[in-house]
Each structure stands twice: as structure tokens, then as C-alpha cells.
Design a protein around this ligand. Structure first.
Ligand code: ZN
Length: 65
């Protein structure tokens, strides 16, 4: 999941994103380091916060970016 790249594009720190999601900064770090997978529900929530299509985070080709 290409979270770090898009979190930085949205000018959010790990702590800011964690607060918006209601999870811990440590969890965000683990996801960014590919040590944790997220649920579909959380994926959609992250994509909504970052204002991008969920498929972009998953590195799928799509026309929604
Ligand atoms: Zn898409």
C-alpha cells in the first residue's frame, strides 16, 4: 500500500492521519512499512481523508487519480 507517498502529498504527519482515523501513529508506521495490512473499510476511510481513489493506494491502474 502506497500510503507514505500519498500521506506526504496531502501534507499530513503520521500523527495527524492517525488522529483522523482514530488509530495509533504506530499503526500508520507499520502500514507504511508494509508490516500491517488494512481492512477494506479502513482503506476507503484513508482514501477519503487523502481525497484519492482507493485503487491509487493499492497501485492499481485507474482513471480516478
Ligand atoms: Zn480508481
Amino acid at each position: 500500500m502506497r500510503l507514505r507517498e500519498y500521506r506526504l502529498k496531502a501534507n499530513l504527519t503520521q500523527q495527524q492521519l492517525a488522529s483522523k482515523l482514530g488509530c495509533s501513529k504506530a499503526f500508520i508506521s507499520q502500514v507504511e512499512n508494509h508490516k500491517k495490512e488494512v481492512s477494506v473499510k479502513l482503506l476507503v476511510h484513508i482514501a477519503t481523508i487523502l481525497d484519492i481513489c482507493p485503487c491509487v493506494l493499492l497501485n492499481f491502474r485507474c482513471t480516478h487519480n
